[in-house]
Design a protein around this ligand. Structure first.
Ligand SMILES: *[C@@H]1O[C@H](CO)[C@@H](O)[C@H](O)[C@H]1NC(C)=O
Ligand SMILES: *[C@@H]1O[C@H](CO)[C@@H](O)[C@H](O)[C@H]1NC(C)=O
Ligand SMILES: *[C@@H]1O[C@H](CO)[C@@H](O)[C@H](O)[C@H]1NC(C)=O
Ligand SMILES: *[C@@H]1O[C@H](CO)[C@@H](O)[C@H](O)[C@H]1NC(C)=O
Ligand SMILES: *[C@@H]1O[C@H](CO)[C@@H](O)[C@H](O)[C@H]1NC(C)=O
Ligand SMILES: *[C@@H]1O[C@H](CO)[C@@H](O)[C@H](O)[C@H]1NC(C)=O
Length: 426
């Protein structure tokens, strides 16, 4: 589970077990320390990034868990297996303004898709979708990490959020928070209605997008699993939340925000303007950074055809070279075989000649006792035998057995040769 999305899980945990763990979710809480580093501001009025055309740059987006894939229809946050929870957060903060996200939530029981605005002192503004419920979205908020009340989460009907693009926008001022779905206002929270302003989110927030398995009982409390709609079955995955685009407006207009004191009130926040603004990506940068797929999709069909042509040409050339080499190899092989056959036949012929000679000698001396197979001939015999098993009549069948071997013994040799193994008896 992404560190960044623990608040929601722990909110539940807190509700059910009345334990407050909120303080653990910020590296430096300005309500406890006065030397926290300044927050980098967006620095421009409007920031827009269309993920069908651009990938996130590390300067602007910090991937705090997993990885995001850039597909034809946008940035995909995918859970493939237990432990996956791809999450990103902006390196910039906004001090009031607007955040618009066009996205599709993930399917899957227990899978939670989320958009979260969160500040260093744990003010929080949320959108959450539960994968097992394809007709509702939940909005929520927290002030200064106070999780003791559970009247804040509200469920709103939305049509098919898992398969249809919707525009989820939150408009945030020091007076109120307003949530919109496709331009329709669905909820307004006035400053004074949030515990007299105490629980109203009012400090600079960065934006987080992510997906996590709230329904994984090995990672979450029972209450969280229940809230997330039950146990996640990873075999039903992968589960993907897809974000088409993000638009952010920073009403603060500084380049850095600092907490003036430990109250966490919006009046205590100072906007500085003495650093250079963050170098943006997406529509706000001079050049776009695209994934290979996006680059390919951005090419004209003529260019694509040329590239396909070149690639196919190279592939064909490779096939041709390969085929040529194979044929050569086979030819060389054939040649070798012919040479081997000739050698074999010559050997066989020599054996026959020797055999014939022996037979003649035997005939003359009338004894077999003196006949001994020399080691060399023994080998030749073995060789003959090996060949003989598969090609017993090789020598006989060959019209020209053994180069230069042609004498009157030939007929006799062939007949002896035919009974082949008899030779071994000597
Ligand atoms: C920023 O966006 C808002 C809302 O779409 C628009 O009214 C405003 O003119 C934009 N500002 C700039 C500087 O582009
Ligand atoms: C990215 O987030 C991690 C975890 O919150 C943090 O430690 C790190 O400093 C961040 N990186 C940048 C460039 O802000
Ligand atoms: C979706 O959530 C709403 C609000 O909690 C609930 O009324 C509805 O029954 C849920 N639908 C499904 C299919 O769980
Ligand atoms: C937390 O919120 C509850 C309910 O809104 C409120 O009663 C309580 O005073 C708040 N606690 C703090 C420390 O502000
Ligand atoms: C999304 O909704 C907001 C709030 O209603 C609106 O200002 C904005 O123009 C919408 N964006 C698109 C792309 O329609
Ligand atoms: C910072 O400078 C910009 C550009 O000069 C200006 O538009 C903006 O109002 C300034 N912001 C603050 C907080 O002074």
């Amino acid at each position: 589970m992404g560190h960044s999305f623990k608040p929601s899980a722990f909110v539940l945990f807190s509700l059910l077990f009345t334990t407050s763990l909120a303080q653990t979710f910020t590296s430096c809480n300005p309500m406890e320390k006065t030397d926290c580093p300044a927050d980098t501001a967006l620095g421009v009025a409007n920031y827009t990034i269309d993920f069908t055309n651009n990938i996130m740059s590390d300067r602007v987006w910090n991937t705090t868990a997993g990885k995001v894939d850039f597909e034809d229809d946008g940035a995909a946050f995918t859970i493939n297996q237990r432990g996956d929870s791809p999450t990103v957060q902006t390196n910039f903060y906004i001090f009031f303004g607007q955040v618009e996200v066009i996205m599709k939530a993930a399917k899957g029981q227990g899978i939670v898709s989320s958009i979260v605005l969160e500040s260093d002192d744990l003010d929080e503004v949320d959108w959450e979708w539960i994968g097992g419920n394809n007709s509702y979205v939940q909005t929520n908020y927290f002030g200064k990490g106070n999780t003791t009340s559970y009247d804040r989460a509200v469920w709103h009907p939305v049509n098919n959020p898992q398969d249809e693009w919707h525009n989820y926008t939150v408009d945030w001022t020091h007076e109120q928070l307003e949530w919109f779905v496709d331009g329709q206002s669905i909820r307004v929270l006035k400053f004074e209605d949030a515990n007299g302003g105490q629980n109203f989110p009012q400090t600079p927030c960065h934006i987080m997008l992510g997906i996590w398995a709230g329904g994984d009982p090995t990672k979450n409390a029972e209450g969280t699993v229940e809230w997330a709609g039950g146990d996640t079955n990873y075999d039903d995955g992968p589960f993907s939340m897809t974000v088409k685009s993000v638009r952010v407006t920073d009403a603060g207009r500084g380049t850095q925000y600092v907490y003036g004191d430990k109250t966490g009130s919006w009046q205590s926040i100072k906007s500085l303007n003495d650093t250079s603004p963050i170098k943006l990506d997406g529509e706000n940068s001079g050049s776009t950074t695209q994934s290979m797929k996006q680059k390919w999709n951005g090419l004209s069909s003529t260019t694509k055809n040329i590239i396909i042509g070149v690639v196919c040409g190279v592939a064909l050339l490779c096939v041709a070279i390969f085929a040529f080499c194979c044929i050569r190899q086979r030819r060389a092989g054939k040649h070798e075989k012919l040479v081997e056959d000739a050698k074999y036949e010559q050997n066989a012929a020599e054996v026959l000649a020797y055999r014939a000679n022996m037979t003649r000698l035997r005939g003359e001396k009338m004894t077999t006792a003196q006949v001994r197979v020399s080691p060399v001939m023994g080998n030749a015999g073995a060789m003959y035998q090996n060949h003989g098993q598969t090609q017993p009549m090789m020598g006989a069948a060959s019209p020209n057995p053994g180069a230069g071997y042609a004498n009157s013994n030939y007929a006799q040799s062939v007949s002896t040769f035919g009974s082949g193994r008899g030779y071994q008896k000597y």
